[in-house]
Design a protein around this ligand. Structure first.
Ligand code: ZN
Length: 375
């Protein structure tokens, strides 16, 4: 037997209170109104529910999940969505009725693209999560970038689930993080809005061609992103997020490259590889007394060991030290204690590995009362 009820019979209500679908039986149930509460038991038949309010049971291995028509999902009485996995585990009548509703696919497994609520595999490649908790999926970036949820300015994250090869992608407005998620965008132009390009995947995310058409567009380039070509209206170095540094063709960028707004070479944004974690204070430097070798006044410490430290005082010869631990005390360098009283400059460069931090420290050497030198 096959029982079909559909909404084409508008106004029709079926108040069957107990339906049992036996082996070879088929029930396609789409009540026009959802205030019907039916007890449905499946004993080996086929059921496809659309809309309606039910008490359900299925003693089969897939529970009441198999009762859902394609694209439909369950909601609980309290309004919460019931996951497909939960529905699979329901074999007995639940204490509250279940509502069958059209699924809005608001949560999918981003690897398999399978909806958590209706179990449908979706043709999507972009995820949108707004700060207010709304999640939406889009076929491609172009569709996402024209959707009001994304363009309205509500902050959120637009995350790529697949590479996007779309042409003429344009961002006009919005306020979001563009998470490359280890994927690749072939070309995007940014005219307005606030866009933070970032990457949350282990593998680097890539934008082949990034064009920023206006200084009105506020764009940041995050760690773990790379570009083949950047054409901007502002210095590229000014767009780096804090803690980031830029490489061009595999080498740390020069000042000129950081100040440039157009780079047609491979640009990669990476984490700053080295920090000076401790350096002499002005007070330390000005405590240097001619002829008195006091240790601890010129101590440097670094975030990494293996730093090549070069230092130079005034125009004396540059000295190179390999810092095998995380720190070094230059106070032990006897040359320092023979500096004549007066103004001096210590220049320091710390390199690791290929990344250099330069510092300049002006200081004044005084003479101790017991050790006066008169030239
Ligand atoms: Zn769904």
């Amino acid at each position: 037997m096959k029982l079909i009820n559909d909404v084409s019979q508008a106004g029709t209500t079926i108040n069957a209170s107990n339906i049992t679908v036996n082996k070879n039986g088929t029930l396609i149930f789409e009540p026009a109104v959802s205030n019907i509460c039916s007890f449905i038991t499946n004993k080996g038949g086929n059921i496809a529910l659309k809309n309606g309010k039910f008490y359900l049971k299925n003693e089969g291995s897939d529970g009441v999940a198999s009762f859902l028509a394609k694209g439909y999902a369950y909601k609980k009485k309290n309004g919460e969505w019931l996951t497909y996995d939960e529905a699979k585990s329901i074999s007995k009548y639940t204490s509250d009725e279940l509502y069958v509703v059209k699924c809005d696919h608001h949560e999918i497994d981003t690897d398999t693209k399978v909806c958590k609520y209706c179990n449908e595999t979706l043709d999507v490649s972009v995820e949108w999560k707004s700060i207010d908790g709304t999640t939406k999926y889009f076929k491609d970036l172009k569709t996402a970038l024209t959707d009001s949820a994304v363009t309205s300015g509500t902050s959120g994250t637009l995350k790529l689930l697949e590479d996007d090869n779309g042409n003429s992608l344009t961002i006009n407005s919005g306020n979001f993080d563009l998470d490359l998620n280890g994927k690749k965008i072939s070309s995007v132009g940014i005219i307005g809005g606030t866009v933070n390009i970032k990457n949350t995947a282990e593998t680097t995310g890539e934008v082949l061609n990034l064009t920023i058409f206006s200084v009105q567009a506020k764009v940041t380039l995050g760690i773990g992103t790379k570009y083949s070509n950047i054409d901007a209206t502002q210095p590229i170095g000014s767009m780096l997020v804090s803690g980031a540094v830029m490489k061009v063709d595999g080498t740390y960028a020069t000042e000129a490259q950081l100040n440039s707004s157009v780079i047609g070479s491979a640009v990669e944004i990476v984490e700053i590889p080295l920090y000076i974690t401790s350096e002499p204070t002005q007070n330390d430097l000005d405590s240097i007394v001619y002829g008195t070798a006091e240790s601890g006044l010129l101590t440097f410490a670094f975030s990494k060991s293996g730093v090549t430290l070069k230092y130079k005082i005034d125009n004396y010869d540059e000295v190179t030290e390999e810092v095998t631990s995380n720190g070094i005390d230059l106070s032990t360098e006897t040359a320092l204690w023979n500096l004549p009283a007066g103004e001096h400059t210590l220049t320091v460069s710390a390199t690791y590995p290929g990344y250099t931090i330069n510092r300049t420290y002006p200081f004044t050497v005084s003479q101790s009362e017991s050790n006066i030198s008169i030239d």
